[in-house]
Design a binder for this molecule. Structure first.
Ligand code: ADP
Length: 261
């Protein structure tokens, strides 16, 4: 019998992510593309995932969409909430995980996962850019660097300069002033990371820390920030190079569960 494949697409505010799994739940293809406006971003992420898997869309037996733009996905034959997909994906990427810290482009959330892998509780900040990837993107643009480079700056810091503004717009002015005063970029970046960590830790405390703890979302790729968060929370934080695909992976696994046998 021909192999069966299932697809999950997470249309996030910043990036569209697509994952293809086989019937053993193994990831065989993945694709990421900036979301932008309309359907181009999600379509490109699908093309990339199919190309990596070496298959065509007709070979996919079920497609599940999630994320804020999930209604854009015409080829989807199911949709699931982002929270359910993140819980599902994390349980697969990090077996035994009980606390998931997910920081994406426009929101930050902390999920409590039950022993059965289901979502038990969560808290979310989707009202304010501070403490999200957007905050870090704005800061990287001030330094004219990529968001990927912030971690290396942090590694070269001697102290974290406190950033007192909690609002992204005011924090941007504060950072520009610090630069004008001749403060070092690594120390400013360390302060920016410390400010995101404080916000995140506030969310974490409302859910409570239960090991294992994992970090997902694009911001999980920032090792410097992750290290500071682990220090603040006083526990180990697991992650994976696939952390940004976590929601799409959960969606793909739901597509498999819901597909007719
Ligand atoms: P969404 O699902 O809301 O689109 P993602 O989970 O895809 O968000 O995360 C996007 C955010 O991740 C970006 O705003 C950026 O700050 C951050 N990010 C993406 N890639 C990297 C990277 N290589 N290093 C550090 N941060 C990253």
């Amino acid at each position: 019998m021909a192999a069966r494949f299932y697809m999950g697409i997470d249309v996030g505010s910043t990036a569209s992510k697509c994952v293809v799994v086989d019937e053993l739940s193994e990831i065989v293809g993945k694709g990421l593309y900036p979301s932008g406006a309309g359907t181009v971003g999600p379509a490109r992420s699908i093309e990339r995932a199919l190309a990596e898997a070496g298959i065509v869309q007709e070979e996919v037996a079920g497609v599940c969409a999630t994320g804020y733009g999930r209604n854009l996905i015409e080829c989807a034959n199911g949709q699931m909430s982002e929270l359910s997909c993140h819980a599902k994906g994390a349980s697969s990427l990090f077996p035994g995980v009980r606390t998931v810290v997910d920081i994406g482009g426009q929101d930050a959330k902390v999920l409590r996962i039950g022993a059965d892998g289901r979502l038990e509780n969560f808290v979310m900040n989707d009202k304010c850019a501070a403490g999200t990837g957007r905050f870090l993107d704005v800061m990287a643009s001030i330094f004219e660097c990529k968001v990927d480079d912030l971690s290396d700056f942090d590694a070269r810091s001697e102290k974290a300069l406190p950033i007192s503004s909690t609002c992204t717009v005011f924090a941007e002015s504060e950072v520009i002033s610090k630069l004008a005063q001749g403060e070092s970029i690594p120390d400013i970046v360390a302060g920016i990371h410390a400010s995101v960590v404080e916000r995140t830790n506030g969310l974490v405390r409302r859910v409570g820390v239960e090991p294992d703890v994992a970090m997902t979302g694009g911001v999980a790729l920032n090792a410097g920030l992750r290290r500071r968060l682990a220090d603040r929370m006083g526990c180990e934080i697991k992650t994976s190079p696939l952390a940004q695909y976590n929601g799409a992976l959960g969606a793909a696994l739901f597509a498999m569960e819901k597909a007719p046998a």
